[in-house]
Write a protein that binds this ligand. Sequence first.
Ligand SMILES: [Zn+2]
Length: 425
Amino acid sequence: MDAMEKAKNIILSRKVVRAVLWLAGVLAIVAVVGVLVFSGGRTDSGDTDLVSDNTTVVQVAAGDTLSKILADKGFSGADINKIADILKTKANITGLRADKDKIEFTRDGGPDTPITKITLLPGPWRRVELTCDDGGVWNCNAIDIERDTRLVYRQGEILDGDSFYLAGMRADIPAGILADVYDLLAFEMDFERDVRAGQKFSVVFEENYSNNKKIDNGSVIAVSFDALRGNVKMYRYRKSDKIVGYYDPDGNGAIKSLKRTPINNAKVTSSFSTRRKHPVLGFTRAHKGVDFRASTGTPIPAAGAGRVVARGFNRGHGNFVKIRHNKTFETLYAHMSKFAKNVNVGTAVRQGQTIGYVGSTGLSTGPHLHYEVIKDGKHVNPLTVKLPAIDNLDATNKKKFLEYRKTLDKAIEELVKNPKLFIQM
Ligand SMILES: [Zn+2]
């Protein structure tokens, strides 16, 4: 039995087909036709346009306008206006994009016959056809080209001295998909400092085909990364309101952010201000954070995943911990009575992990948490700074998500066994 036959047998086992059918039902995109065996080398997108005797193609270049291109083709000013108008009203096209859009001109017959069809190709998934009837009236028809979307699986491993980017390229993950993974995991890990040899990762993403030819990549559907603080998994999911988000295996919003209030429900006793009278020092100075009332010994959770970059004592902050979350954000927690065990400079922490306990060390009038958010090196108000939203699912969506996730996991298991297979949506 050759590899292909073997693959067919694996993937066509009834259980998997059922799982994949079910999966597509949940995704409700297009009816599933089953799981196909990947049948050869991948092809890149390119110029697919067949140019017949009667059809010529113009690639829009920098400086080109619709008027200029049409005038070059011999259209009158009146016709150009009519065509521009119909494109705007019927296809919402108001301009051309250099190096992206193409225009096909089709003549009735030989080179001296009039152009009766103009086809705009704004990207690979749309055609806008303008046809001229016998009376000289232009009609517009915008067609969305059906995508054949396949979910493919890639896995990789960080090697000694590697970066995630290099490991990802080696695993045959396209650069655009890698960039999306970076963004998805930005609050989970620091790709400059948290990458270690031996860490494994996998990505399931969409490849869009048309006529069996790969045109482009779609979205990241699932990602798994063995981060320092544990395995991180995320799944893309479309909620009943059609809004798409990424969720962890339990259905919690996976795009982590920072919690504005690290200790749940703690009352603000002093807000962020650039000028306030300091309760201990007595003179006016900025309050670069927010104070939350809490009793001594209350655990202080990390506001977001990150790496501890400072842990120590100073006269103002008392015992404090500072965490770097990503390139942009750091948080600082002050006046701790004590630090959590195993939280040292360099420790990677999860969101919600206890990093210390409330106290009144340093310049403090009583037990509270003083919390600072530092954005690009500048102190900002934790309660108002713009942060990525944490998007949690409601009960109904969560239930659906969990069913979907189990089915997707099952399909992924098959892809793990044979990475050359794909799931056809
Ligand atoms: Zn304070």
